[in-house]
Design a protein around this ligand. Structure first.
Ligand code: 3Y8
Ligand code: NAP
Length: 250
C-alpha cells in the first residue's frame, strides 16, 4: 500500500514535521481539532474537527488508506493521544508520537509542581495575588474557585464570555519571546505564573521570564498517556518512516 501519513497537529513540532514531509513529497494530511479561529496554514492538505472518538478515527484511517499516524499533538491533548493509540491498535496502522520532553526546574527557578489542573486550583488558595494564568481557555472555569486573585489571561482568540470576571485578557498566540514575556510580567506586576509543563520552545518564554524576575511558577505536570513509540524530533520521525519502508523521495 503506498504511504499516506496522518499528522495529528497543533504544535510547533507538528508544523516542523509537515514542512519536512512536504519537502519529501510524501502524501500526508494535517489534522487540527478546530479549537481556534485561524489555525496556522500548513504545506500539506489540512482537515479540521474531531474524528468521532476511537471508532471515528478508525473509520477515517481505513477510508483514507492512512499507512502511518504521527501523533504530534500537545502533551496535554491526552484524549486525542489515547484515541490514536486505540484506533491504530484496532486497525493495525503504524503509530509514532512526536513529543517533547517536559521542562525541568533549573538554578534560579522557583517552581511548585502540581499533578493536574485541579491541584493547581487548590494550590492557589490564600491571599489575593496578581496571577498570570497562561493555561489557555479550556480550563479557565476551574479557577473561578479562587476568585480572590487578579488574573491575567493570555488567549488565542477573543472570548465571548469569561468564567473569571474582572480578569485582564491579552489576545496573543505563541511562540512568544522572553523579552516580550518579561514585559508582560512587569507591566501587569505579576506575582505568580501558572503554566502547563508543555515542553518544547513555543510556550517556555514565560518560564524563562519568571526566572529572570524571580517570580514563582505553579507548574502543572502533564497527564498520563498510554505507551506508544515516541520520537523527539521530526528527523527521528523521518528515520522511523524510512525504517518502515517508506520511500522518502529525497
Ligand atoms: C489549535 C493551532 C504552531 C503551533 C504553535 C506549542 C507552541 C504556540 C504556546 C502561553 C501558553 C497554550 C495554548 C499554547 C502554545 C504553540 C503552538 C502553542 C499555549 C495553537 C493552535 C491551536 C491551539 C490550541 C490551544 C488550546 C490552548 C493551547 C493556547 C495553530 C495556536 C495555553 C497551551 O482558545 C482555545 O480553545 C485554545 C486551546 C488547546 C490550551 C487550552 O487549554 O486552552 N493551545 N494552539 C489546534 C487545533 O485546533 O487542533 O494556530 O497553530 C498552536 C500552538 N499553541 O504550529 O506554530 O507547540 O505548544 N497553546 C500550553 O502550552 O499551555 C499558550 O500563553 O504562554
Ligand atoms: P484533547 O482534549 O486530547 O482532545 C479532545 C478531542 O478533540 C479529541 O478526542 C478529538 O475529538 C479532538 N481532537 C484533538 N486534537 C485533534 C486533532 N489534532 N485533530 C482532530 N481532532 C482532534 O485535545 P486538546 O487538548 O483539546 O487539544 C486540541 C488541539 O490543540 C490539538 O491539536 C492539540 O495539539 C492542540 N494544542 C493543545 C494544547 C493543550 O494545552 N491542550 C496546547 C497546544 C496545542 P474526537 O474524539 O471527536 O476525534
Amino acid at each position: 500500500m503506498p504511504a499516506k501519513l496522518l499528522i495529528l497537529g497543533g504544535t510547533t513540532e507538528a508544523s516542523a514535521l509537515a514542512r519536512k514531509v512536504a519537502e519529501a513529497g510524501m502524501p500526508a494530511v494535517f489534522s487540527y481539532a478546530g479549537r481556534v479561529d485561524r489555525p496556522r496554514e500548513q504545506p500539506v492538505p489540512v482537515r479540521v474537527g474531531g474524528f468521532g472518538g476511537v471508532a471515528g478515527l478508525a473509520r477515517y484511517l481505513r477510508a483514507q488508506a492512512i499507512s502511518h499516524v504521527i501523533d504530534a499533538t500537545h502533551p496535554f491533548a491526552a484524549q486525542m493521544s489515547t484515541n490514536a493509540v486505540m484506533a491504530c491498535a484496532a486497525t493495525g496502522v503504524s503509530l509514532i508520537a512526536l513529543t517533547r520532553a517536559p521542562w525541568s526546574a533549573g538554578p534560579g527557578d522557583h517552581w511548585t509542581r502540581v499533578p493536574d489542573m485541579d491541584a493547581a486550583v487548590a494550590a492557589l488558595a490564600g491571599p489575593p495575588r496578581r496571577v498570570f494564568l497562561a493555561v489557555g481557555r479550556m480550563h479557565l472555569a476551574a479557577f473561578a474557585a479562587q476568585p480572590q486573585h487578579r488574573y491575567l489571561l493570555r488567549l488565542v482568540d477573543r472570548p465571548v464570555a469569561l468564567p473569571l470576571p474582572g480578569a485582564s485578557v491579552v489576545i496573543d498566540r505563541g511562540p512568544f519571546s522572553v523579552e516580550s514575556d518579561i514585559e508582560v510580567l512587569r507591566h501587569h506586576q505579576i506575582e505568580w505564573v501558572v503554566s502547563k509543563n508543555a515542553g518544547g520552545t513555543g510556550a517556555r518564554s514565560k518560564i524563562d521570564a519568571a526566572r529572570q524576575l524571580g517570580v514563582p511558577v505553579l507548574m502543572i505536570d502533564r497527564p498520563a498517556i498510554p505507551a506508544r513509540p515516541e520520537a523527539q524530533t521530526p528527523a527521528q520521525v523521518l528515520g522511523w518512516l524510512a525504517h518502515s519502508g517508506v520511500n522518502l523521495g529525497v
